[in-house]
Structure formats: structure tokens, C-alpha cells
Design a protein around this ligand. Structure first.
Ligand SMILES: [Zn+2]
Ligand SMILES: [Zn+2]
Length: 312
């Protein structure tokens, strides 16, 4: 099914479905499975992006959504920010929005959550700089009936958005262009968001220029991503690929299952080049010493060369 057909079906069938039982609803299943599958086909691969849809957890959501998550920023709609399709509560149309996770903000800021989301949206927007005229920036109107519903928070969490009225959902080609424009903005924002605080840097990293720091932080975030790192370790094993050190051999049970995942993106990649996150080809496993040293060396993405130069 095409995206245009999917969004139309979503708007057509959701109102009636919501009058029926939630458990086992084919429409809820459609939002959870089918729409994300269509969107996955349209966005860059490489395991960086996840697509999820939700029509509610135990009961129907007032504002169902389908979102694209950058795994380096968030893997849920509760925190961070994402690109998301949000349906208006009266089903008169759909927003494509670069929006924020609201659940954690609600917990952290309490009654001040809406103001915090609005302020953060303005801050993100300022970081993106000038946007095309066809983008609406700032709050969107989901026609929410309750000021405490999640929808009321998504309204203020929107950084920028495009609106598609029910009877005027664009062609697939246009939807795909819009979606990829939003993914690019998301990527841009994530890149700008990756500058670390000085306190987390190693001494020899403090002299790096802004661009190199950003790349290094991106690299560290990738390596700290638990799912990706675990998958890489399963594939590559638990012996250092540079020096063969095994934590289990040296430390016994204490070291069982310990090794560090190292991402192979060149730190000096051409600007704008998107990284891929394939656990097999884009990762190596290293002991802590080799990991630290490979970062200092000129072989950061070349384990074999590093090994040849320093180990054997
Ligand atoms: Zn090693
Ligand atoms: Zn590394």
C-alpha cells in the first residue's frame, strides 16, 4: 500500500474503529505494523532510524501517531525528539511534525511542562535557522478537547510542521519528498545537538575543534547505544580484534561477556555524509586499552592497520 493510501485509510477508518473494542482491532494493528512498514521503505536505511506507530496502549489514543526515531537521540515517543505523523482529534487532517517526546517532560517539569516544551521547540527552531515558507513553525493545532491530553502537549512540542487536510493528502512523490526533508532537518538538529559538555571529555579531546568534537560525540553515542553494541558483540565475539585480549581469560567470571564496541565511521568523514549502523560491517570489538589508543591513532576506522602498526 502507498503512503497516500495508508494515510487516507488511517483517517477514514480510525473514527469508527475507535467505537469498537481496542484489543485485536485491525485498525490498531494497521497503525502499528502496516503504516510503519510503508514509511520504512522511504527513509535512509542503515539501522539508524526506527519507525513505530501507536493507536494506544491498552485503549484507543486520542491522537494516534507514527514516528521516525533517530536511535542516537531516542527510541521512544516519550523522550527526545522525532519526526512524527499526528492525526487531528477530529480526523480533519494530519500533521507531519518535527516534535518532542512529551512523557518525560511532563514528569520532569510537572505543571511547567507545556512552557518547557514551547521553549525547547523555540530553541530547536533557532538552531535550525531559516526554514522554507511552506513550513509552519511553533505550536500546531490538533483540535484537542482536553488540555491535559497528550495531544495538548504535542501541540506545543512541535518545532516545525506541515499540514495535510483530509481531502487533500498529497501524492506519494510529494509525501516522500516532505518526509525526507523532515528527516534531513532531524539529522541536522541531531548533529547540532551532539556537542558535548567539556566535563565529559578526555584531556586529549579538549583541543579538538567544534566539528571534530561533534563527530567524536556522535561516535560515542553510537557506541553507547545498548542494542547496537550488544548486537555487534554477538557478531564479533568477546576477544579484542586488535590484540586478542579476553576479559574472561584475564578476570574470570568478572570479565565474562565484557568487551567494548567500536564504531568504524572515519572521524574525518566528509561533511553531511550519513553514517550507517550495521552491527556487522560498521562495528569492531576492542579491549579498553586498544579502544582508547585507536581513537588517538590515525587508524580510527582501520582495525587491521592499527593491529599491524602497534600489535604485531
Ligand atoms: Zn586490545
Ligand atoms: Zn570507538
Amino acid at each position: 500500500m502507498s503512503l497516500n493510501a495508508s494515510l487516507n485509510r488511517f483517517l477514514e477508518e480510525y473514527p469508527a474503529a475507535r467505537e469498537q473494542q481496542f484489543a485485536g482491532s485491525p485498525v490498531a494493528e494497521f497503525v502499528r505494523q502496516d503504516v510503519p512498514a510503508v514509511i520504512e521503505e522511504m527513509i535512509p536505511s542503515g539501522e539508524r532510524y526506527l519507525v513505530h506507530g501507536s493507536a494506544g496502549q491498552r485503549n484507543w489514543a486520542q491522537v494516534p501517531w507514527v514516528a521516525v526515531f533517530d536511535r542516537l537521540i531516542t527510541e521512544t515517543a516519550q523522550d527526545g525528539y522525532c519526526v512524527v505523523y499526528l492525526i487531528r482529534e477530529d480526523f480533519s487532517g494530519i500533521y507531519l511534525s518535527l516534535n518532542q517526546g512529551v512523557t518525560i517532560a511532563k514528569n520532569v517539569y510537572g505543571v511547567g511542562a507545556k512552557e518547557a516544551l514551547r521553549a525547547r521547540a523555540a530553541d530547536f527552531l533557532a538552531r535550525l535557522g531559516e526554514l522554507p515558507d511552506s513550513y509552519a513553525s511553533g505550536p500546531i493545532d490538533l483540535n484537542t478537547k482536553s488540555s491535559v491530553s497528550l495531544g495538548a502537549f504535542y501541540e506545543l512540542g512541535s518545532i516545525c510542521a506541515k499540514y495535510y487536510a483530509k481531502d487533500a493528502i498529497p501524492t506519494d512523490e510529494k509525501l516522500e519528498t516532505d518526509l525526507n526533508e523532515f528527516i534531513n532537518l532531524y539529522f541536522l538538529l541531531a548533529t547540532k545537538d551532539l556537542l558535548p559538555g567539556i566535563e565529559v571529555l578526555e584531556d586529549d579531546e579538549k583541543s579538538l575543534d567544534k566539528e571534530d568534537l561533534r563527530t567524536l560525540t556522535e561516535h560515542k553515542r553510537i557506541e553507547r547505544n545498548r542494542k547496537l553494541a550488544e548486537k555487534a558483540k554477538k557478531i564479533h565475539g568477546y576477544a579484542c580484534q586488535a590484540c586478542n585480549f579476553s576479559f574472561e581469560e584475564r578476570y574470570g567470571e568478572l570479565g565474562t561477556g565484557y568487551i567494548e564496541a567500536h564504531h568504524l565511521t572515519p572521524l574525518h568523514k566528509p561533511k553531511g555524509q550519513k553514517i550507517t549502523l550495521n552491527s556487522k560491517t560498521d562495528f569492531a570489538v576492542l579491549c579498553s586499552n586498544c579502544h582508547r589508543m585507536i581513537h588517538k591513532s590515525k587508524f580510527v576506522s582501520q582495525v587491521k592497520e592499527f593491529r599491524a602498526e602497534y600489535i604485531v
